[in-house]
Design a protein around this ligand. Sequence first.
Ligand code: NAD
Ligand code: ZN
Length: 369
Amino acid sequence: VKPAETDVSILPVNHSSGICNVVTGTDIFHHIPRLLSENNLEGSACIVSDHTVAQLYEPAIQTCLANANIVTLPSFVFRPGEKSKSFSTLKRLLSHMIKTGMSRNDFVVALGGGVTGDLAGFAASIYMRGISYIQVPTTLLAQADSSIGGKTGINCPQGKNLIGAFHAPRLAICDLKTLDTLPLNHIKNGLAEIIKMAVIGDPECFIFLEKYAGLITHPEHRDKLEYALKASCQLKCQIVQKDEKETGIRTWLNLGHSFAHAIECSVGYGKLLHGEAVALGMLAAGQLAVKLSICNPIDVERIRSLLILVGLPVRLPKMDIQTVSKCMMLDKKNRFGKLRLVLPEQIGTVTIIDNVSVNLIETSLHKLI
Ligand SMILES: NC(=O)c1ccc[n+]([C@@H]2O[C@H](COP(=O)([O-])OP(=O)(O)OC[C@H]3O[C@@H](n4cnc5c(N)ncnc54)[C@H](O)[C@@H]3O)[C@@H](O)[C@H]2O)c1
Ligand SMILES: [Zn+2]
C-alpha cells in the first residue's frame, strides 16, 4: 500500500538547466526513494554534510538511498560553521569526489544547512563540468531560502559568496521534522527570511504570521510553520522562475539585505545571526521608505510588531551608525557604483530605489537605536 500522498507538497521550479522539484512536508523522508526514481536520479550518491547534521540524519538518508537501490559512496563530512564555506574545504571535497570515483551520472546529496548546500552545490557545479545534486536542507533558513534558486558558492577572505555559480539542484526535500533538533535561535533565523518573503509579496501570509506569531516557533505548532514555509517557498520559486539570474525581480529578495550585510560586517561576522541582521535591515529599509514617503508608517509598525512577537531584534546592538553607512557605501563600490535598495511600499509589495544619500541611510538607522 502506498503511503498517503497528501503530506507532501511538490513545487516544480523551471530553471534554464531543467526542473527542480521542491518538496515540503513533515516527516517525509520515506518519500525519498520514490522521489529519486521519479526524478531519474539513478547513479551512485555521495552525501555531503557537517558533523552535527551527519550524526543526526546521515543514517536515515543512507537507508533511503539503499531503499532506492542507489549505491552510496563514502560521505564527505566537514566541521560545522560558516568557516567551512572555503576554498580549502572545497578542495578537499573535490579531491574526495575524485578519489571515490564519482562519474558524470552520479550525484551529490547536500544534507544540512545553507553552508552545506552552498558548498556541495558549488562542488557539483564544477565537478566534471557539472553533475547533479539534490538538497536535503535541515535548517529553516536552508528550507526557506538557500536550497531554492540554484545559487551556490563559497566565501573568500575578501568577502562572502564571492566565488560561486548558478547550479540548480534536481530536487530539494524540505522536511520540517528535521527542525525538531534545530536550536530555537536558528528557527528564528529562518523565520526572518519567511517574514521578508511575506513583506515582499504575500500579504496573506503576513496576516497569518501576525495571527500565529506567538506560537509559530514552538515545536508543537509545526503545522503553522509548515504553512508559512510552503507559502514562502512558493513565492521564492515564482520569483526565481521569472528571473533566474537576478537581472530583474529576483533583486526583491534582497529586501533588508544591504543594511543587514553592513550591520553584520560592522558588529563583526558571527556576532549576530544573519536572520537577526535581516530583521534589523528590513526595519531600516522600512524607515527609509517612510522618509521617502513610499510607505505608510503603519506598515512599518506592523513589521516591527511581528518581529517583536516572534522574538527577533528590532533595536541595533551597540554600534557606530557611521560604520554601518560606510560599509553600505563600500558595498556599493563593489557593486558597480550604485547603491540599489529594495524598499517596502506596503505589506506585500516592494520597489527598487537607486542612489540613496548617506544622510538618509543614517537617519533610518538612528530610528533603530
Ligand atoms: N544559496 C543561497 O541562495 C543562500 C541564501 C541564503 C543563505 N545562504 C547561505 O547559507 C548559509 C547559512 O545557512 P545556515 O544558517 O543554514 O547555516 P549552517 O549550514 O551553518 O547551519 C547552522 C548550524 O545548524 C546546525 N544544524 C543544521 N541543521 C540542524 C538540525 N536539523 N539540527 C541541529 N543542528 C543543525 C549546523 O551544524 C550548523 O552548526 C550562509 O553561508 C549563507 O551565505 C545561501
Ligand atoms: Zn538572507
